[in-house]
Design a protein around this ligand. Structure first.
Ligand SMILES: NC(=O)c1ccc[n+]([C@@H]2O[C@H](COP(=O)([O-])OP(=O)(O)OC[C@H]3O[C@@H](n4cnc5c(N)ncnc54)[C@H](OP(=O)(O)O)[C@@H]3O)[C@@H](O)[C@H]2O)c1
Length: 276
């Protein structure tokens, strides 16, 4: 249970998309927001919009893939914000590729920014969050639960961070910590994620929600205390369907993917032994 007003909230990946929507949306509801990302110009625009609501908000230009810099960044956040109430681990990168086409550097990049970095940042901020009785939110993806086509490494990264969140929650509760842990799993929200270079075109054919839908989803997770929240909510039924008949679910995914490729006029991928 949490009232956003007056909270100090760190949002990673706040220069665009869901992070930018969270920055402005949560500042509008009374939170002092700390924002970070690599693109200083885009971050400055988002910070200016957040400061219209909460002037004490601030930003850091950081590359969260630099794992050696995370402890110093976390310490500076706590000092500058005077403590921390909520950490939202939102920064992430997509990777749409047929499984066997991922380059080694891509696999490492996805796992570093989507898994290692939020784990390291969370651990670096746990003392501050414990002191405030705070909350950690991980922005995962429905990919964590659904094994979508053309996204195996990305889905693995989101499944890994979901498993970490669950394990963290158990460990914290065993220790009697007041820190809450939540995962918010977006489906398709309208952001630049689907147009980033060096990715195959998206195969998703559901209507994208506006990026601002993430604000209500995060608020709802914090208010209810729920461990996992889907946006849109109807995705919540799919993991149980999948678990009930895994082979049938995966066969359906193959069929759906072949239909999507045909509808898009895209070729079926060359088999690995043919693609080399
Ligand atoms: N949009 C969707 O439908 C959807 C669905 C499922 C999950 N998600 C998840 O939602 C999160 C936000 O994605 P989005 O859709 O809002 O895409 P986006 O607009 O591309 O935002 C990604 C954010 O992450 C930041 N980021 C990436 N690499 C970083 C790094 N090395 N260091 C610091 N910041 C970094 C980017 O900032 P800079 O480039 O400026 O560093 C940007 O602010 C991601 O975790 C994504 O996997 C999105």
């Amino acid at each position: 249970m949490i009232d956003i007003g007056g909270k100090r909230i760190l949002i990673t990946g706040a220069s665009s998309g869901l992070g930018a929507a969270l920055a402005v949306g949560l500042a509008e509801q009374g939170a002092t927001v700390g924002l970070c990302a690599r693109r200083a110009d885009r971050l400055a625009e988002v910070l200016a919009a957040a400061r219209e609501h909460q002037p004490a908000s601030r930003s850091w230009t950081v590359d969260l893939a630099d794992l050696d810099g995370i402890d110093a960044f976390a310490a500076d956040v706590v000092e500058q914000l005077g403590g921390l109430d909520v950490l939202i681990n939102n920064a992430g990168i997509p990777k749409r590729r047929w499984a066997w086409e991922h380059r080694p550097d891509e696999i490492a990049d996805v796992l570093r920014i989507n898994v290692e970095s939020p784990i390291r940042l969370t651990l670096a901020l746990l003392d501050a969050l414990g002191a405030s009785g705070g909350e950690v939110v991980f922005i995962g993806s429905v990919a964590a639960r659904l094994s979508p086509p053309n996204e195996s490494v990305y889905a693995a990264s989101k499944a890994a961070i979901t498993a970490f969140a669950e394990g963290l929650k158990v460990d914290l509760q065993v220790a009697g910590s007041p820190v809450g842990v939540h995962v918010v799993q977006p489906g398709v929200l309208d952001t630049e994620l689907f147009a980033l270079p060096d990715n195959d075109p998206s195969l998703a054919d559901i209507e994208a929600l506006p990026a601002t839908a993430i604000v209500d989803a995060v608020r709802s997770a914090l208010a209810s205390g729920a461990t996992e929240t889907f946006v849109p909510e109807w995705f919540a039924d799919l993991p149980a369907t999948k678990a009930g008949d895994l082979d049938g679910f995966l066969a359906g995914s193959v069929e759906y993917t072949r239909q999507r490729l045909e509808a898009e006029g895209r070729p079926v991928p060359a088999r690995p032994e043919v693609a080399g």
